[in-house]
Write a protein that binds this ligand. Structure first.
Ligand SMILES: [Zn+2]
Length: 122
């Protein structure tokens, strides 16, 4: 079940460690109203309690982020990857490289090109 905008607002405060009282102050609502929202959040996320709800919410966000990622092309192997590492130097993009090629480069297993790129990194 999707959280309402207000519930999302409140769970973000929970993630930041705010108490009900503090949230109530931030949003200019009563602590009781905050509690009602929290109860609904816990139910919607199918959580055991508010701590568990925070945990589940963070995982949900993470999963969403992963889904929204569009894979990028590795400049070395040419394969598409969700976890491309941008290599920059002086604010300029030098190369996009996948974790696979990156770790190979770290061990000096691949082409001179990769090695050169990685060497340019700070
Ligand atoms: Zn690659």
């Amino acid at each position: 079940m999707k959280l309402s905008p207000r519930e999302q607002e409140i769970i973000k405060f929970l993630c930041d460690g705010f108490s009900d009282k503090e949230i109530a102050q931030e949003l200019s609502i009563s602590a009781r109203t905050v509690q009602t929202h929290v109860t609904r959040i816990v139910l919607k996320l199918d959580a055991k309690n508010r701590t568990n709800a925070v945990f589940k919410y963070i995982h949900l966000l993470d999963a969403e982020r992963q889904n929204n990622l569009s894979p990028e092309k590795c400049g070395i192997c040419g394969l598409y990857n969700n976890h491309i590492i941008q290599i920059e130097q002086g604010g300029q993009n030098i190369e996009k490289i996948c974790p696979e090629c990156f770790s190979q480069a770290m061990y000096g297993l691949v082409s001179k090109k990769v090695k050169e790129i990685v060497d340019k990194m700070d």
